[in-house]
Every structure is written in structure tokens, then in C-alpha cells.
Write a protein that binds this ligand. Structure first.
Ligand code: ZN
Length: 637
């Protein structure tokens, strides 16, 4: 999972609580597959009728709407969009009632003599709001179908045990991409092969009027890889040869990093639209990624593609194949525990940019600029780290994850970015402890390795992460990790950058390299994140603007006596260095004007990494391409 800023082998550790929840075994007759038909012909109206035929036996039946969505790490199933719910059997209506303590749970009684239940409901694409996949997933021209939104499933068996035969009906002429196997096609109706509910929820479909599939399998790679694009206009599908090559390199470099794959084939599903939310959601054999409509046409196409798609792709190994045991639940009703997200997301957030750089989607300068921005945003930009340690940002995810405003003090999903710094430090410690004999690639080979048996789940615990690290480089990893996870230091962990031969600094030199993180110019000076219209997104607690009375949610409307523009604020910050007067900001709070005098005299400040010539440049060594390097080494032998 990743929110864009700019712009299964089941395991033995199921808790007693799980066993108890299974006690509500109901009248599901686990003999046949559930047949599911999703009618997406009215996608432009955002109205998706769904029909299910569920094999049942007489008696009480409990059905669930998927609640805890894999990769979303929270009870984010879009239950409010489930409407028009009706059940019938043999032509007679069967009444239903919602559970009094869980709105995702429905109860009904199956009459005597009935062996199949017909369920019908309409999934409404939300007009606004919603989280992740539950936000708007369709436009006039395209749809991303995440199957968890269009199915009710019976209590009792695991998601792996429930079989589903899915059928999808699309608007005339629309094409689609998915890792699912097609059983038959007739006109605009496609019947997919029967698969488990677990696999179905893991295998979304992207479809649209404007669709293009592009093969990105590297030469000599036996497994097929493609990117399936759907966009709001035909012109948006124009991928440059550089981006295509970068994606092909990404597939090759990921193969080299992990030494194996855990999928039968792989599809990057990419929706290009300004109407859908922009984020990515990982699956074993595909990812559901969503970027602005003209992303591929932008000069920053490689940065965006490298930032989002490399992250989601890494999840096929780290997150889907290897997953924390307590995030691996038997169905979508059992709550997930999120304490190891600093591995699931944090290691992914380190390896994604690393692969983006190795594959040429990012330049080494862009890779370093990204790290510099992370250090700044987690250091001066995050006084909240003095009360909330990294571990708690992971544990608190289900309730607090993507809260808006006051991020500097609240902290957000910092286990992503801080995970990047933490795992970079791990990579440099492996290098140091083994005198260069081993690298983070060896850890990935060990931790994410094993034969390719298609989508599999191999769970892990904290202790098993430590054990794997010790197999690569003996070290007190448990102590190191606990220190990083429990720290309330105001300073972010920059050990990896320093071990890698670089130092983090603020200076007055503007950042020339565009990178994944949009830099708020004012955050590290007056302590404000301000939108183009003056809206204050964040005000660093105890920063100059905060101390002048400005906080999140207010709006700056004047700078030194003139109507606010962002340029004027920048001018005032620049001039502050030679000026003993405060910067005067006129601010609107609710419907009152406030005059705020910001006592700041430091001029412009931008985050940078600068080379420390006394140490070897291991940072650069790490992000060099491995596939072409290996090919060059082989050629020179
Ligand atoms: Zn992720």
C-alpha cells in the first residue's frame, strides 16, 4: 500500500479469538463454488449491480462483507457503498438483519428444503471520501474492480477454503487486464476460472474504453510481465521508451535482488485519471496503482512510476509472500495486528526506491534527494517523534493511519519513510559487519527466497527477522531494532546515510532535482506547510509560525501588508536573513482575522545530502544496477 503525496499457507498461530469467531459456523454448504456476477455496464453511472448464488443448507446463516482489507491494514471495507441488498430462495424473499455489534455482518435463516440462496446488491462508487480502494475507483471511461467490494461470503471456512466462480460484464468495447485466468468470453461477458476467495480478493481487474497492455518482460526472463493501462483519454496511454525500458529493468533488477519470484505471471495495473484517488495496493501477481491522468506524459513520469510501481511490486515478495504472522488473518473479519508494518511497509519503502534507482527510473541524485527530504520531514518536520515512537506509528495504523492535519505533532504513517532510513542503516551495518562480503541483497535472497510455487504465504515474527539478519551478519540486531523502534529522540536515524559516506545538511541552496516527495519550502523556515491559496496544512509545533499563533486549518491571506501569494511569502523568508523585523502574516481563523508576527531570521533552508569524502560512497554502490553490472562482469571474463 502506498499513498501518493505529490500530486498463503495458513499458519499455526491463530489465536483463540479466531477459533471463537469460527464458532458462528452457519448454513453454508461448502460443496459448490459461490457464483458471483458483477455487472459493470453502468460504470459511468457509478452503479455496479452484483449477484451471487451461494450454496446453503437450512438453518441460521451468517454472511460477511469484507472488512479488514489485505494491504490496507485497517477495517476499511467500504460497507456504506453496499446497497439494495436482497436475498431470495426458490423465488421467495428471505429477510436479513444486520449484526448489532458489527455492521459488516448479516444474519438470515435459510428455510427447510433450500440449497441455494440468491443474493443481489448494488455497489455504489462513492461520490467523495472513502479510504484507499473504497474511494472512487471508476470514471466515465474506466474501472478498477477490487472484488472484495462486490462480494458477501459465509462465516465459517477460511477465505482460502471458499471457492468462487466470478463473471464480469463490462460496457461494450471495454478491454481489461488482470492476473486471473479466463475460462470463457462471450461479447462483453467474461467468466474467470474458479478460484478461492483469497485469490479473488488478491486479483483485481482494470478495465476501460482506453486500454493498453504493454509487455515488459526482460530478455531471457521466462515469466511473463506486463503493464495494463486504463486512462480517461487515449492520449494518456503514450508510454515513453525510457519509462518502458525502466519498467523492464525494474523486473530484471527485482529478480536479481530477491533471486526468485513467487508468482506465475505479473501485471502492473495502472489507472490514469484525475478523478480516482492516487495510491497503490499490492497483490501477489499484480498491483492496483493509480496516478494522475497525464502522469505518463509528464516530465516526471519516471519519478512517479519509480516511486509508486517499484514499491507495490516489491510487495509481491515483501508483504504478500513474506508477511507478519499477526497481519495474516484467515478471513477479512478477523482484526489484523499491525506492529510489524515497519518491516512490511518500511522495508518495502527502502527497497522500492533502491530498485527505482537500480533500474534507471530514478537517477542517483533523485534517490539521494528523496532520502534528504525524508530526513528533513522526519526531523525538523516531526516534533511528534518526541512523544510517539516509530513502533507506535505502526501499531496505531488501523485507527490513526491517514488522519489529516497536524501531521508534525500527530505523526502519520511514518513507518514507511522511517522504515526507509532504518533499513538503509541495516544495509550499511551488514556491509560493515561482514567487511563487504555480504549485502542487503543477501538478506533479501535469504528472507524472500525459496522456490517459485506461485502465490504462497510464509509468515514471520520479530524474532524470525532478527534470526535471518543474524544468518547474514552476526550482530545484536534485536537491541538495534528495539532502539530504533522505541526511540523518542527528536532526531531521525541517519546512521545509514552517514555509514554510506554522506551527511545530511540544511543549506540555502534550492533543490534542483525533482524527487518523489514534494518539498514544502516553508516547512523548515517559518515552520508552515501552506497551499497555493494560503491554506495551512501543517504548522510545526513550537516553530516560528506556531509560536506566532498559526495552526493547521487556518488560512494565510496577507504577507507584510499585501494580499497573500506564495511568492510574497517566499520573498519575505528570503529577506528575513537581513531583517530584524518579524514577518507579518494576516491569517483567517474560522471567520476572524488574526495578525501574526513570525519571528524568523534564517533565510531559505533546503535539505541536502553532501558527500563525506573521508568514507567510501557505499550509498552509490548500493543503488548501482546489478543486472547490467553482472552482465558486464560476465562479458569481461
Ligand atoms: Zn506498501
Amino acid at each position: 500500500m502506498k499513498l501518493e503525496r505529490s500530486s498463503n499457507v495458513f499458519f499455526a498461530l491463530l489465536s483463540l479469538a479466531v477459533a471463537v469467531s469460527f464458532a458462528s459456523v452457519s448454513a453454508f454448504a461448502q460443496t459448490d463454488a459461490i457464483s458471483l456476477t458483477v455487472d459493470a455496464t453502468r460504470t459511468p453511472q457509478k452503479f455496479i449491480p452484483c449477484q451471487e448464488v451461494i450454496p446453503v443448507k437450512p438453518g441460521p446463516l451468517t454472511l460477511y462483507y469484507p472488512k479488514w482489507i489485505p494491504g490496507e491494514h485497517s477495517p476499511s471495507g467500504p460497507i456504506a457503498n453496499l446497497t439494495g441488498l436482497k436475498f431470495t430462495a426458490d423465488g421467495k424473499t428471505i429477510p436479513w438483519r444486520r449484526d448489532l455489534t458489527d455492521v459488516f455482518t448479516f444474519h438470515l435463516d435459510v428455510p427447510a428444503g433450500v440449497d441455494r440462496l440468491d443474493a443481489s446488491f448494488d455497489y455504489l462508487e462513492p461520490i467523495g471520501g472513502g479510504e484507499y480502494g473504497g474511494s472512487l475507483s471508476s470514471t466515465d471511461k474506466l474501472i478498477v474492480l477490487e472484488w472484495n467490494q462486490t462480494i458477501l461470503y459465509p462465516a465459517g471456512p477460511t477465505a482460502r477454503e471458499i471457492m468462487v466462480s466470478p463473471k464480469l460484464i463490462l460496457p461494450d468495447g471495454w478491454k481489461f487486464g488482470t492476473p486471473q485466468k479466463i475460462e470463457s468470453q462471450s461479447g462483453n461477458e467474461t467468466t474467470f476460472a474458479t478460484i478461492s476467495l483469497e485469490e479473488l480478493v488478491d486479483s483485481p481487474v482494470i478495465a476501460g474504453e482506453y486500454y493498453r497492455g504493454i509487455d515488459i518482460t526482460p530478455p531471457g526472463e521466462p515469466i511473463h510481465h506486463e503493464i495494463d493501462l486504463a486512462a480517461d483519454d487515449a492520449a494518456d496511454l503514450d508510454m515513453s521508451p525510457e519509462v518502458k525500458q525502466g519498467l523492464t529493468n525494474l523486473v530484471a533488477e527485482a529478480g536479481a535482488l530477491f533471486g526468485t519470484r513467487h508468482y506465475r505471471d505479473y501485471h502492473f495495473l495502472l489507472a490514469l485519471s484525475d478523478h480516482v484517488a492516487h495510491f497503490g495496493l499490492e497483490h501477489h501477481e499484480c498491483n492496483d496503482s493509480r496516478l494522475p491522468e497525464r502522469a505518463l506524459l509528464s516530465p516526471e513520469a519516471s519519478i512517479m512510476i519509480g516511486g509508486l510501481l517499484a514499491h507495490e511490486y516489491v510487495h509481491s515478495w515483501n508483504g504478500k509472500f513474506r508477511r507478519p504472522a499477526d497481519l495474516s488473518t484467515p478471513n477479512y473479519e478477523v482484526p489484523m495486528k499491525t506492529d510489524l508494518l515497519w518491516v512490511y511497509e518500511g522495508l518495502t519503502d527502502y527497497l522500492g526506491p533502491l530498485l527505482a534507482a537500480r533500474s534507471g527510473l530514478w537517477t542517483p541524485e533523485q534517490y539521494r534527494a528523496n532520502l534528504a527530504n525524508i530526513v528533513a520531514s522526519l526531523g525538523e518536520g516531526r516534533p511528534g517523534r518526541t512523544w510517539r515512537p516509530l513502533l507506535d506509528t505502526a501499531v496505531g495504523e488501523p485507527g490513526l493511519g491517514f488522519a489529516r492535519g497536524w501531521m508534525n505533532w500527530r505523526r502519520g504513517t511514518d513507518y514507511y519513510d522511517e522504515g526507509d532510513l532504518l533499513w538503509l542503516e541495516v544495509a550499511t551495518i551488514i556491509h560493515q559487519q561482514t567487511n563487504g562480503a555480504k549485502s542487503i541483497d543477501d538478506f533479501c535472497h535469504l528472507f524472500h527466497g525459496g522456490p517459485n510455487e506461485g502465490p504462497q504465504l510464509k509468515t514471520y515474527t520479530f524474532e524470525q527477522v532478527v534470526e535471518a539478519l543474524n544468518q547474514i551478519a552476526p550482530y545484536d540486531w534485536a537491541k538495534f531494532l528495539h532502539e530504533r523502534l522505541d526511540s523518542t529522540s527528536p532526531n531521525p536515524p541517519t546512521g545509514g546515510i552517514e555509514n554510506g559516506g554522506w551527511n545530511f545538511v540544511f543549506n540555502g541552496e534550492p533543490i534542483k532535482t525533482p524527487s518523489r516527495h514534494a518539498v514544502a519550502d516553508d516547512e523548515y523556515t517559518v515552520g508552515l506547510q501552506v497551499g497555493p491559496d494560503g491554506t495551512v496544512f501543517d504548522s510545526i509545533v513550537n516553530g516560528p509560525a506556531f509560536n506566532a499563533g498559526i495552526t493547521s486549518g487556518m488560512k494565510v491571506v496577507g504577507v507584510n501588508g499585501r494580499l497573500y501569494t506564495h511568492d510574497l511569502l517566499e520573498d519575505a523568508i528570503k529577506a528575513s536573513k537581513d531583517n530584524s523585523n518579524p514577518i507579518s502574516l494576516l491569517v483567517v481563523n474560522d471567520d476572524y482575522y488574526l495578525n501574526c508576527n513570525v519571528d524568523y531570521h534564517g533565510g531559505e533552508r533546503y535539505p541536502h545530502l553532501i558527500r563525506n569524502e573521508s568514507k567510501p560512497d557505499y550509498l552509490d554502490e548500493l543503488d548501482k544496477p546489478k543486472v547490467s553490472a553482472a552482465a558486464a562482469a560476465a562479458a569481461s571474463m
